[in-house]
Design a protein around this ligand. Structure first.
Ligand SMILES: Nc1ncnc2c1ncn2[C@@H]1O[C@H](COP(=O)(O)OP(=O)(O)OP(=O)(O)O)[C@@H](O)[C@H]1O
Length: 266
């Protein structure tokens, strides 16, 4: 397998995403060290997936990058500026859509644009909903949508206002297989169009290889593998794809499990 220089696949794009840099980052909760000496640079417009056994620290890494959790030690910067809290140009999308049930689909998306005049916010939210294929659901209540549609609304809410960094915490984990594939394609298409920097936490190694320029494997709070995925897009489940998928999965399985709740899919 030929390996290419880091993020060579997307080097011809005019990036608008940010650079995220972690230097010797530690995160402790009380006596427990969850992230241990993590150093990592994510380049503008790069798509990085984070995989690893349950409890290894993936979500904590994402929460630290988002500014939701402060680092205990080390340095975290976005475009060379220290991250001191939630940044207005960063968004997080979670496994559950977290829509407010008493607000319409449109008003849920507008929540991401609190500083814009109502008319402008409505226009931008309507456009974002059209981009995720929900132009006809603008006035609906969240409860009247399927799980996949609710996640599309959450994606529109994450995208609106052109964030420079999108952090995905297993956002497709609860979807059925077909909807999941459709959402993967949608996320990839929007990332290619918008050129934000993307970090995706996933249990699904296949999803990581399908979407990411690089796959980071976390083991017990440390980076155990930083694998460039040198495959052209759109990707297919061909031999090269399987090579990456199997080698990453084997690396994960070679680690002794710490608990019985580990779950991986290929
Ligand atoms: N706020 C917190 N307080 C105390 N411990 C925490 C806190 N958040 C996370 N942890 C601990 O940190 C460890 C890593 O959790 P984290 O959610 O980052 O793992 P994960 O790899 O995302 O797991 P999963 O794949 O199951 O979602 C776990 O042992 C968890 O209990």
């Amino acid at each position: 397998m030929a390996s290419s220089p880091r993020h060579a696949i997307s080097s011809d794009r005019n990036h608008v995403g940010v650079t995220v840099t972690l230097e010797h980052v530690e995160k402790r909760f009380g006596q427990t060290t969850v992230l241990n000496n993590v150093s990592l640079t994510i380049h503008p417009g790069e798509f990085v997936a984070v995989v690893g056994r349950s409890g290894c620290g993936k979500s904590t890494l994402l929460r630290v990058m988002s500014g939701l959790e402060a680092v205990s030690d080390g340095e975290l910067t976005v475009n060379d500026a220290p991250v001191l809290g939630i940044r207005p140009d960063s968004r997080v999308m979670f496994q559950e859509s977290r829509l407010l049930p008493w607000k319409s689909v449109l008003d849920n998306v507008k929540l991401s644009l609190p500083k814009l005049p109502a008319k402008e916010a409505s226009e931008q939210a309507t456009n974002a909903l059209a981009q995720v294929g929900l132009a006809d659901k603008v006035k609906e209540w969240p409860a009247h949508l399927s799980g996949g549609q609710q996640q599309r609304v959450a994606l529109a809410r994450a995208l609106v206002g052109d964030p420079k960094l999108l952090l995905f915490d297993e956002p497709l984990g609860a979807l059925d297989a077909l909807t999941r594939i459709e959402m993967q394609r949608l996320v990839e298409r929007l990332w290619q169009q918008r050129q934000f920097t993307a970090v995706l936490v996933t249990h699904d190694v296949s999803e990581a290889v399908m979407l990411a320029d690089r796959v980071i494997l976390i083991e017990e709070g440390r980076i155990a593998l930083d694998q460039t995925i040198a495959l052209a897009r759109p990707r297919e489940h061909d031999n090269d794809f399987s090579y990456y998928e199997k080698s990453i999965l084997q690396r994960i399985l070679s680690e002794e499990p710490r608990s019985s709740k580990n779950h991986f899919q290929i």
